[in-house]
Design a protein around this ligand. Structure first.
Ligand SMILES: [Zn+2]
Length: 411
C-alpha cells in the first residue's frame, strides 16, 4: 500500500544561466570575448615561439582535420573538444607555462580560460592564431603531436634534447633495417618504440626455432613465418603509429639502391659479407650513414660510417677485403651468446637515435669493441684511410654486380 501520492509534476524554475562575470544576464559573443581578454594574456606568435624555446608547451587546439595540413613546429595537437579530458595526461605539471593557439585566436582564448580553471597557472593565448603564425613565417611542421604521442613518448619528451621538436624529427625519419635477426630485432623494437616514423625491414628468411634465443622480434607461435611479417606484427603491436615497410627480399646488386634510397640511415644487421659490402657501397653513393654492428661468440663491435662527414671512415677502411669464409665463421657455425646481439643491436639503435636527433658525439672514427666475458668495452681509433679501396682518390666503383661477385669469390 502506497503511503504517499507521487509528487505532483511541477514546472521547474528557469535555470539560472551562469555567466563569466557571475551575473545573471546572458552574455553576447562580444562581451564574452571582452571578458576573456581581460583575464587571459594574449601574446603574438613570435613571443609564443620564444616561450616555447624556453620550455612552454604550445597547444594547438584546432580540430584534427585543421591540423592535418600543418601546425606550429613542436606544438601539441589537442582539440578544443577534448581539452578538459586529456590535458592532464598530456601535461600533468600545473606549473609548466602553457600557450594556446587556434585558427585566429578566439577558440584559444576559450581554451586558455578552461586551462586556468583546471589549475594551470601560466596560460597565454596566441593573438591571431595559426593564420598569423604562418603569415609571420614561423616554423611549421607537417603535423603536431596528438595526445597518444604525448603520452607514449612522455619520458623522452621531458628531455630538453628531445622535446616536441625532436619527437617531430623522429616522426619524420625513416630507417632501413637490414636483417630482421639478432641485431635488427632489438634495434627495430627500440626505434619503433621511440617513434621513428618509418622502418623498412629487409630480410628474406623465415623464423626458425633456433633464432628465438636472440631474435626477440619473433615468437614461438610464428616459427615458419617470413621474418619481416613476424617482425611487422611485433612492431605494430608495440607502436601502431610507426609505418613498417616489410621487404621480403635478399639484398643484392640489383635492389640495393632502391631498397636503401630515401632513408635517413641504415642499420646494418646483415649476416653475410656480400650484403655488408653492398650496403657500404650504397652508403657512400647515397650519402646514407651506415650504423654497423657485428657479433660472434662472446664479443661484438659497433661503428658509424657517415659519408656526409669528410673525416668519416667507411666500412672498407675497417675491412678492405671480405675475409675468407674460414676466418669469418657465422653465428650458426661459431655460436653466439643470445644477449650479445641484444647489446650490440641496442648500441646501434642508440647511435641511430643520436644521428636522427643530432645529439652527442656519434661513433665516427672510433670502433667500439665489447667483450662480454671480461665485461669490457674498449675503443679503437678508426680514421678514414684514403689509401684503402673504399675512400679517397683511389676509390673506384665498378658497380654493385662486380662488388657482389668479388665478395662471393673471396668468401
Ligand atoms: Zn674508407
Amino acid at each position: 500500500m502506497r503511503s504517499r501520492a507521487p509528487p505532483s509534476p511541477t514546472v521547474p524554475p528557469p535555470a539560472r544561466r551562469p555567466t563569466l562575470d557571475g551575473m545573471d544576464t546572458p552574455l553576447d559573443r562580444q562581451s564574452l570575448l571582452d571578458g576573456l581578454r581581460r583575464r587571459i594574456p594574449e601574446i603574438d606568435p613570435a613571443e609564443a615561439l620564444a616561450r616555447q624555446a624556453q620550455g612552454a608547451l604550445l597547444i594547438d587546439v584546432r580540430d584534427d582535420g585543421e591540423r592535418a595540413s600543418g601546425s606550429p613546429a613542436g606544438a601539441l595537437g589537442l582539440s578544443r573538444g577534448f581539452l578538459e579530458l586529456r590535458i592532464e595526461q598530456a601535461e600533468p605539471d600545473r606549473a609548466r607555462p602553457l600557450v594556446t593557439l587556434c585558427g585566429s585566436g578566439v577558440r584559444s582564448l576559450l581554451a586558455a580560460e578552461t586551462l586556468q580553471r583546471l589549475g594551470y597557472r601560466d596560460v597565454r593565448s596566441v593573438a591571431g592564431g595559426f593564420e598569423r603564425w604562418k603569415a609571420e613565417g614561423l616554423p611549421v611542421a607537417a603535423s603536431a603531436l596528438d595526445t597518444d604521442a604525448a603520452e607514449r613518448y612522455a619520458r623522452q619528451l621531458r628531455l630538453p634534447q628531445v622535446g616536441e621538436r625532436g619527437q617531430a624529427r623522429l616522426a619524420e625519419a625513416s630507417v632501413a633495417v637490414l636483417g630482421a635477426g639478432g641485431l635488427g630485432s632489438p634495434a627495430a623494437l627500440y626505434l619503433a618504440a621511440a617513434g621513428v616514423g618509418r622502418l623498412s625491414l629487409i630480410d628474406d628468411d623465415r623464423v626458425e626455432r633456433s633464432n628465438l634465443h636472440r631474435q626477440v622480434l619473433h615468437a614461438d607461435a610464428r616459427v615458419g613465418m617470413p621474418k619481416v611479417e613476424s617482425a611487422r606484427l611485433a612492431l605494430q603491436a608495440l607502436n601502431p603509429r610507426v609505418r613498417i615497410d616489410a621487404h621480403r627480399e635478399r639484398l643484392h646488386a640489383g635492389n640495393v639502391e632502391s631498397l636503401l634510397g630515401g632513408h635517413d640511415l641504415v642499420i646494418d644487421g646483415a649476416d653475410n659479407f656480400p650484403a655488408r659490402y653492398l650496403v657500404a657501397a650504397a652508403s657512400r653513393r647515397l650519402g646514407l650513414p651506415m650504423v654497423y654492428g657485428a657479433v660472434e661468440r662472446f664479443s661484438g663491435q659497433v661503428g658509424v660510417f657517415d659519408p656526409r662527414r669528410p673525416d668519416s671512415p667507411c666500412y672498407r677502411c675497417l675491412f678492405p677485403e671480405p675475409p675468407a669464409a674460414s676466418e669469418a665463421p657465422n653465428c650458426s657455425e661459431a655460436g653466439v651468446l643470445g644477449v650479445l646481439p641484444g647489446i650490440v643491436g641496442l648500441l646501434q639503435a642508440t647511435e641511430a637515435l643520436k644521428l636522427l636527433l643530432d645529439l652527442g658525439q656519434p661513433l665516427v672514427g672510433r670502433l667500439l669493441l665489447f667483450d662480454a666475458l671480461d665485461m669490457h668495452f674498449r675503443e679503437l681509433r678508426l680514421p678514414r684511410d684514403p689509401d684503402r679501396p673504399g675512400c679517397g682518390d683511389q676509390a673506384v666503383f665498378d658497380g654493385y654486380a662486380d662488388l657482389e661477385q668479388w665478395c662471393r669469390a673471396a668468401g
